[in-house]
Design a protein around this ligand. Structure first.
Ligand SMILES: [Zn+2]
Length: 246
């Protein structure tokens, strides 16, 4: 990421899962972090299948280099995380998985014991926090807590579709193209970082609508290239479009 000379300002980073049911919980967490660290704190949100920190290691290190990174907040969830389903299938059922997905999501679980996906969901916060501790300075707080989807506000389910956006904080409730549920969110510095997850969304979860959200003219140009690449890789049958945040 091209971020320069901002070491004097504070930032927080959030890593969470792409699952649509988390949108309100993340909106709430951002408000909470602003109350704790100040309204002007820069917030970066990263999301993929399963809240796997490893995929975002490079981007988070960039933030820690360029900002005074106060905290990394990791927000995995229960109640059927598809990412943990992939980990379980890969490690216990021998289901094939792409090498990128294996390296980014599955490998950090290899040395941990678990007997079902519920248990995987419960150890996920610890697994992600341990991984993050391995590359972050001890001055950065790592807050890793399971989001209990039985206890958070979830909108009514809608058509399942995937939004792809940059890591800057937005209020999902307002910035997605409508207010229905069903909006999965992949959030990353580049399409590359989350392409394995997009591939899972399209080819495993069978989602047919992918919407790239851009916040500036410059970003829209860069994203045009990513859309062309996604179109080539994903083939026909997937509807790719672009919207701008307001
Ligand atoms: Zn999940």
């Amino acid at each position: 990421m091209a971020i320069q000379n901002k070491k004097s300002s504070d930032a927080v980073a959030i890593v969470s899962c792409m699952d649509w049911r988390l949108n309100f919980a993340i909106d709430g967490k951002i408000s909470e972090l602003k109350r704790e660290y100040g309204e002007n704190i820069t917030t970066y949100v990263f999301r993929n299948a399963g809240a796997g920190v490893k995929a975002f290691e490079g981007s988070i290190k960039d933030i820690a280099r360029d900002y005074n990174l106060k905290a990394l907040v990791i927000m995995p969830h229960n109640e059927g995380c598809k990412g943990m389903g992939l980990v379980f299938d890969a490690l216990k059922n021998g289901v094939p998985i792409s090498s990128d997905m294996k390296s980014q999501l599955v490998d950090p679980f290899e040395k941990h014991a678990f007997s079902d996906t519920g248990e995987l969901e419960r150890i996920n916060p610890k697994v992600q926090a341990e991984y993050a501790r391995g590359f972050l300075d001890s001055s950065v707080d790592i807050i890793s807590e399971l989001v209990d989807l039985k206890r958070v506000k979830i909108p009514e389910d809608g058509e399942h579709r995937i939004f792809i956006m940059k890591p800057g904080a937005v209020k999902y409730e307002l910035s997605l193209d409508d207010k229905r549920g069903g909006a999965y969110v992949l959030q990353a510095s580049s399409l590359n970082e989350v392409y394995p997850d997009l591939n899972v969304g399209v080819n495993v979860l069978k989602m047919r609508k992918v919407i790239f959200v851009t916040s500036s003219h410059e970003e829209a140009r860069q994203v045009n290239t990513e859309i062309r690449i996604a179109r080539m890789k994903l083939g026909n049958g997937v509807e790719l479009s672009q919207v701008s945040t307001y």
